[in-house]
Each structure stands twice: as structure tokens, then as C-alpha cells.
Design a protein. Structure first.
Lengths: 348, 349
């Protein structure tokens, strides 16, 4: 396939997927619309924030579930009224949404600033400590959540998104937000900021000598990713109605990483592909038992994850890119593009 | 980094850091109000107990985190399965002790002698050393230098291990290894009338012994010398004709064994339960991020700092806010990283 043809094919697949998604509630049954596709869209948004940082900022963040949890908890505390848990402020739904996003972005900028001078694998470790700290924080601070968490958030969702009962409206909200997030990321990558960010990913030392403030760009990128993740968190509490410390637990943190890796850490489109694959496996392979070893679903997920990381570190999008590249090499003398290195050390 | 523009910001941050430390000291020593304990000058006994808690916790932190640091320092492998090795070690020690003493769910401490504690713990460490060797040879040898892929592989392994522990060890519910009988008492330290648990002092002693053994190994043997050379410059060490692959295998085994031994100690002190792998991966990460990767001194310093912040923030925050003590872990991390992105004793890779 030539590059132009590949782009056309990808656009075609994308438009086709969008049309199917737009007709979703008329095509699929309620279970698929609610349990599979809506959560695909919202987890895809969270995974997109992770992939945005890794693909264009060279930063693998394990804190994205923590960020979406912060948004969910903030919204839950502000919007609920008359429930036994949380601050129970009973504020206006839209104001609460706005403030929840604001708080998440502020914390994201703080987290990003602290980690911004650490590169590669150090960044991954620091964001993992963020994830665990946020999890322990919400587990310990009973005023804000307690062990059992906050429930009844869906009832306080604005009517525009279905008010917690109209699942079709929520489905379309998630779909539209997913498309907007994708468009936002594509847009940001073409701005001077996005181009500088990709330059920093490739060679931070050179960008620094050219006068770019490397830590600042990293911090802002982390803040943008926190914004995207906060949208996923808000959708999540509208969808699930309830949030507790386990939502930001290590299990979910790793699940989001698995989604991103299945989809492919190098391309944003992979976020929703990975989310769909993961959620379908999650819903249909739940009850199997593992032969010989014993154990549950998580052993299978672990082995699938292991296989993908070993065989195709770029995930399914990487498989697609390689297949099309091989087809292209056959009929043109164009040199194959350098495959993206999987090390995080951006600089020798 | 030290451009003219950044210097005022750096000075401000430095001032802030010193201010925060000074305030914490003054608060704990003289000014604590509405806290669980009175200020140290009025209540030196509680202060001393908190200090002992911090140091004994640091002993355990060191045992676990030094293994993590050793592996990373030499091989640049972030072993995300370190917490899983810890958990697995704790459960293996528990299982062996149960089988050996033949007792039911809880064993009375008086019926356990020293060998019945040490041998299960060492056996757990040895089994995890073998597990670590297999993991390193099968999964981490052919992709050296691809640090992200290696981290992802060890995360996948940790997912599998976490699930397998639930399937095979006591369904993952909390399980306690029993200390030998002689540690099960309180000793009078004769300082500020402090009575303290011998078992907790034993943890500190184990931490110190392991620290000394590691020091002897790293600074007084040929293998240790090769490891230190490898930490400094892996390629050069290899070019000198040293078989670095054997050194890697040894270091990975020792590092994994330390995680498992720490797991056995923690299982005796508080009990292991499914889910603590994440907690102890965090503990190891915090210690080495603060102290610096691959540095023995760094692991000591990181363990002590984290232990101190952990114990004192829980004890000396105003009682209504004790639950926020986890925030101080983040503050500690942020303060260190603001000045030393590679940790206090870390060097550029």
C-alpha cells in the first residue's frame, strides 16, 4: 500500500466505525450499548490521554486513572446531596463538572511539574507512585470518600446527558466527547506547542539548547492529559453512578495500561481499539478457569498482556502499521521508515 | 539548568524546602497542638517511641528496597514485579511454617523456635531467587536496553502472580508468619521509660545485618567489585572481558531474594494479604526515587527518610487530620525531586 492509499483506507475505516457508532443504539442491543460501547468510549478517552503523553511526549504515565479518579471524586463530593458519604455539597451539576475539571487540571499541573525533569523510566516510576498515593489518599480520607466510596452521582447528572436514567443520551455524550478528544489531540499536535513537544520527545537536550523550556512543555502536556482524563472520569461517574477507592486502585491503573498497550502506545487511534478489545474480553471471558495453573480472568489478561508486549510492543496499531509497510515495500523502492524505538531513553 | 532566569525560582524552592523542614522540626519538638502526642519536650517518651517505629520500619523498607535498587542500578530493569515477589515470599514462608509446625490457622508464638522461623524465611528467599532467575533469563535477557518493554513485561508478570497468589495461597486472605517465641515480649529500654517490642527491634537488627552483608559483598568481594563497576559503566566492564551476564543473573537473584525475605519479615510483623504487592512496590519505588537508584547509601538514606516521614506524619498531625498523612509522602517525593531528579545519591545513567 502506498502511504496515500493507507491513509485513505484508515480514513475509510474510521468513518465506517463512526457511522456504526452513531447508529449504535439502533444496531446493538441494550447490553452492548450500555456495558460495552459506552465504557469503550470513556475508557478510550482515558487511554487516549495516556497514549497522547507516550506517543508525542515520550512520557509513559501510570497516573491517568488517578487523574480520572480525582475528577470523579471531586464531582461526586460536589454534586451529591443527601447521601451518607462524601462532603455532600449539593451544588449545581454544571458548576460541579466545571470545578471538577479545574481541580483535576490543577493537580495534574502540580504532578506534572514535580515529574517534569525526570525522563523515561523514572517518569513511569514517579507517576506510579502518584497512582498509589491517590489510591491510598481516597482510601484513608473518610470525609472525601471512605472505603465504600460515594454513590448516587448518576442521579445528579444534567438532563442534557440523560440525567442518569436515559442511557442512550449518555451513550451519545460519550461518543461525542471521544470524537472531540480525538480532534483536540490531532489539533494540539499541529500547534507550535505540539510540534515542540514532539521535538522534546525526540531530543530533549537539543530542544533545550534551542531555547525551549523542556520541563514547562512536559508540565503543560501532563496538564492537558489530566484535562482529557478528567472528562473520562466525569463520564465514568455518570455511567457507573458510584466511585470508590478501588476505582483508582492498582488493578485499574494496570488495566488502563493494558488497554493502551493492546491498542498501541504509538498512535492515539489505538486507545479506542484497545478499550473495545479489552472490554469485550472482560465481558465474555470472565468465567473461564485457567487450565494447569489455576486462577481467574486476571491470569489470562496477564498472559495476553505479556504476549503483546513481547510480540508487538506497538500493540494492534503496530501490527497494522507493519502489515501495511510490508505490503508497500513489495512494490516501491521507498526505504522503510525507521521503526520507533521502544526504549524510553530518548538520548544516547 | 542553572540559567539566570531559573536561579530565583530555584532559590525560592530551596527556601521553601528548608522552611518546611524547619517548621516540621519546631512543630514536633515544641509546638504540636491537638495531636495524638504532646510536643517532644513535654512528652519525650512518645517522641522516642515514634522515632523507634520510624527506624524499625526503615529497617524493613531497606531489606525490600535494596533489592529493587540493586537490580535497577546494575541492569536498568525496573522490576515492577518486585512487590509480587515480596508477596509471594511472604506467602511461601507462611505456607512452609504451617506445614513444618503442623499447626492450624494460628500458631502460638511460644511453640516456634528460631529455626522454625529462619528456615521458612530463607527457603522463601531461595525459591524467589529461582523464580527471579527464570524471569530474568526468559523475559529480560534478550531485550536488554529496552527499559520500557522490560518494565511492561514485569508488570504483566505481576498481574499473573497477583492472581496466582489468590488461587494457591490461602485464597489471598491475610496470613501471619509467627515470630520465634523469644521475640514475643516487651523489653525495657531504660530511656524515657520506653517499653518496646523485641520483635520490632529484631526487624531493625535484620535490616542492619542485611545492610552489612550487602556492604561486605559489594565492597569486599570480587563479584561485588564487578557489580559496582557494572553500575558505573556496564559496557566498559563487559569490554574488559568480564562475563557481565553471570553478574546480572546473580544480582537479579539476590534482589528477588531480598524482596521475598522482606515479605517473610513483614508477614511476621503484620501479616501478608493479597493486594499488598502494590503497596510494597510503592514503598520500594519511593525509597529508591528518594535515595537514588543503585546506591546502597541511597537505599539507607531513602529508607530512613521515608520511615521518618511516614511515622511522624501519622503521629504528629493534628488528630482530626491524621488520615492526610499520605500527602506527606508526596511532599517528600516532590521536595527531593525538585532538587535531585535522580534522587539524593543517584548519578546520571
Amino acid at each position: 500500500l502506498t502511504r496515500e492509499l493507507k491513509t485513505t483506507v484508515e480514513r475509510g475505516i474510521g468513518v465506517g466505525a463512526l457511522v456504526v457508532a452513531a447508529l449504535g443504539p439502533f444496531v446493538f442491543n441494550d447490553y452492548w450499548v450500555n456495558s460495552i460501547l459506552t465504557s469503550t468510549f470513556l475508557l478510550g478517552i482515558a487511554a487516549a490521554s495516556l497514549i497522547f503523553l507516550s506517543a508525542y511526549g515520550g512520557m509513559i504515565s501510570l497516573a491517568q486513572v488517578a487523574m480520572y479518579g480525582i475528577a470523579g471524586f471531586a464531582l461526586g463530593n460536589m454534586v451529591t446531596d443527601g447521601t451518607p458519604k462524601g462532603l455532600d455539597l449539593g451544588w449545581d451539576p454544571w458548576l460541579s463538572v466545571f470545578l471538577a475539571i479545574l481541580i483535576t487540571v490543577a493537580i495534574g499541573l502540580l504532578f506534572g511539574a514535580v515529574a517534569s525533569r525526570s525522563l523515561g523510566i523514572y517518569f513511569l516510576m514517579i507517576t506510579l507512585t502518584y497512582a498509589v498515593i491517590v489510591n491510598l489518599f481516597f482510601g484513608q480520607v473518610t470525609q472525601l470518600s471512605g472505603f465504600s466510596g460515594i454513590s448516587g452521582i448518576a442521579r445528579q447528572a444534567p438532563d442534557l446527558v440523560g440525567g442518569g436514567t436515559d442511557r442512550t443520551r449518555l451513550y451519545y455524550t460519550a461518543l461525542i466527547l471521544a470524537v472531540l478528544v480525538y480532534a483536540l489531540i490531532r489539533f494540539v499536535l499541529r500547534t507550535p506547542f505540539g510540534i515542540a513537544l514532539q521535538g522534546i520527545r525526540d531530543d530533549p537536550v537539543r530542544m533545550s539548547s534551542l531555547g525551549y523550556n523542556v520541563p514547562l512543555h512536559r508540565t503543560l502536556a501532563f496538564g492537558l492529559a489530566a484535562f482529557i482524563a478528567s472528562l473520562a472520569g466525569i463520564l465514568y461517574v455518570w455511567w457507573n453512578g458510584q466511585i470508590d477507592p478501588a476505582t483508582v486502585g492498582l488493578q485499574n491503573t494496570i488495566d488502563l495500561l493494558v488497554i493502551a498497550v493492546i491498542g498501541g502506545l504509538a498512535r492515539v487511534e489505538g486507545a479506542w481499539l484497545g478499550a473495545l478489545v479489552f472490554i469485550v474480553i472482560d465481558n465474555y471471558v470472565r468465567d473461564v478457569s485457567v487450565p494447569v495453573l489455576g486462577g481467574s480472568f486476571n491470569t489470562i489478561i496477564g498472559f495476553i498482556f505479556l504476549a503483546i508486549v513481547i510480540v508487538s510492543p506497538d500493540g494492534l496499531m503496530g501490527v497494522w502499521d507493519r502489515l501495511t509497510r510490508r505490503a508497500r515495500q513489495g512494490d516501491s523502492d521507498e526505504p522503510p521508515p525507521e521503526p520507533a524505538p521502544i526504549t524510553t531513553t530518548a538520548h544516547p | 539548568m542553572n540559567t539566570a532566569v531559573q536561579r530565583p525560582a530555584r532559590l525560592a524552592a530551596l527556601g521553601l524546602a528548608f522552611g518546611a523542614v524547619a517548621f516540621a522540626l519546631v512543630w514536633v519538638l515544641f509546638a504540636a497542638r491537638n495531636t495524638n502526642f504532646d510536643p517532644a519536650i513535654q512528652d519525650p517518651r512518645s517522641f522516642f517511641v515514634t522515632l523507634l517505629n520510624a527506624v524499625t520500619f526503615a529497617g524493613l523498607l531497606f531489606i525490600v528496597a535494596s533489592g529493587f535498587s540493586l537490580i535497577f542500578g546494575l541492569m536498568r530493569v525496573v522490576n515492577m514485579a518486585h512487590g509480587s515477589f515480596f508477596l509471594l515470599g511472604g506467602y511461601i514462608a507462611w505456607d512452609l511454617q504451617q506445614r513444618w509446625t503442623g499447626s492450624g490457622f494460628t500458631i502460638p508464638g511460644t511453640e516456634v523456635n528460631t529455626a522454625e522461623w529462619i528456615l521458612p524465611a530463607l527457603a522463601a528467599a531461595a525459591s524467589i531467587a529461582v523464580v527471579g532467575l527464570v524471569v530474568q533469563q526468559v523475559f529480560l535477557r534478550w531485550n536488554q536496553g529496552k527499559d520500557l518493554q522490560q518494565a511492561l513485561i514485569t508488570i504483566a508478570i505481576s498481574v499473573v502472580v497477583a492472581d496466582q497468589v489468590i488461587a494457591h495461597f490461602n485464597e489471598g486472605i491475610a496470613s501471619t508468619v509467627t515470630w520465634p517465641g523469644w521475640t514475643n515480649r516487651i523489653v525495657d529500654l531504660r530511656i524515657f521509660d520506653v517499653q518496646y517490642s523485641v520483635a520490632r527491634l529484631a526487624v531493625l537488627a535484620l535490616g542492619i545485618i542485611i545492610g552489612l552483608l550487602l556492604w561486605l559483598w559489594l565492597y569486599r568481594t570480587r563479584t561485588g567489585m564487578v557489580i559496582r563497576a557494572g553500575v558505573d559503566d556496564r559496557d566498559m566492564t563487559s569490554a574488559l572481558g568480564i562475563n557481565i551476564q553471570i553478574t546480572f543473573a546473580i544480582a537479579f537473584m539476590i534482589g528477588s531474594a531480598l524482596a521475598a525475605f522482606g515479605g517473610a519479615v513483614f508477614a511476621s510483623q503484620a501479616g501478608v494479604a493479597s493486594g499488598q504487592d502494590g503497596q510494597w512496590l510503592l514503598n520500594s519505588l519511593v525509597v529508591v526515587i528518594i535515595g537514588g537508584m543503585g546506591s546502597l547509601v541511597g537505599a539507607v538514606a531513602g529508607s530512613l527518610l521515608y520511615g521518618l516521614v511516614f511515622s511522624f506524619s501519622a503521629a504528629y498531625l493534628p488528630a482530626a487530620y491524621t488520615q492526610y498523612s499520605i500527602v506527606f509522602t508526596f511532599i517528600l517525593l516532590a521536595l527531593v525531586l525538585a532538587f535531585r531528579p535522580r534522587g539524593l545519591f543517584g548519578r546520571d545513567a
